[in-house]
Design a protein around this ligand. Sequence first.
Ligand SMILES: Nc1ncnc2c1ncn2[C@@H]1O[C@H](COP(=O)(O)OP(=O)(O)O)[C@@H](O)[C@H]1O
Ligand SMILES: [Mg+2]
Length: 236
Amino acid sequence: MEQKSQELIRAEGLCRTFSSSAGPVHALQNVNLSIPAHGLTILNGKSGSGKTTLINLLGALDYPSQGKVFFEGREVSALPERARDKIRRTRIGFVFQSVALISSMTALENVEFGLRVAGCPAAGRRERALECLEQVGLSKRAGHLPQELSGGEQQRVAIARAIAHRPAAVFADEPTAQLDSNMGLQVIAVLKKLIETQGTTVILTTHDPDLLEIADRVFTLQDGMLVSGQEGGEPA
Ligand SMILES: Nc1ncnc2c1ncn2[C@@H]1O[C@H](COP(=O)(O)OP(=O)(O)O)[C@@H](O)[C@H]1O
Ligand SMILES: [Mg+2]
């Protein structure tokens, strides 16, 4: 079901409670938000504020304790795991804080493998993978294994893999947190370029206030609650 407003994701009354030896942890409490397609949405907040918990719920990696998540108009929080798995593989791209590339595969093979997992036909996979490596500025590193790449380059391969199947949204949980600031800037520049030239939709978490100015919209979490969600400039 397509939404007129081009709303991509909606969260209604989201709560996530974890049980721990010290009792229940209310990681998210009554979060309501709407994220349109296109542009860069940042989920911001201090460490422990609930960013990872929220992005995992929005990306259908986790189920809420209460509340609903809609993705492209479908209530993914009510779907069985099998249906969610298909949505994750085909409609979503993930970039994690610790780069999760397959160490025995080259950069190109990693991106091609992502296309295979997404169910893309074999013909055309290599070409598309090369195109995506070019979009992240790594054509010349296509034949390199992950350990032959810098941390920033590895993360850019992960981005190429996340966009290759043309997902409706790319979720990135603190993609620069384990990089030095120069490599972090390169990764952000690549994401910005993809948003501008390919119309990619990126939802990114960060605790870095310096990144907020490049966002089209920012939602700020504090102790599991959304304390602000102001609209930024119009996406390019
Ligand atoms: N699996 C878990 N079990 C218990 N508590 C958790 C679990 N995951 C996260 N939490 C707690 O939930 C809160 C939010 O965590 P998280 O979403 O990881 O925050 P952030 O990503 O902003 O650093 C923290 O207090 C954290 O300790
Ligand atoms: Mg986190």
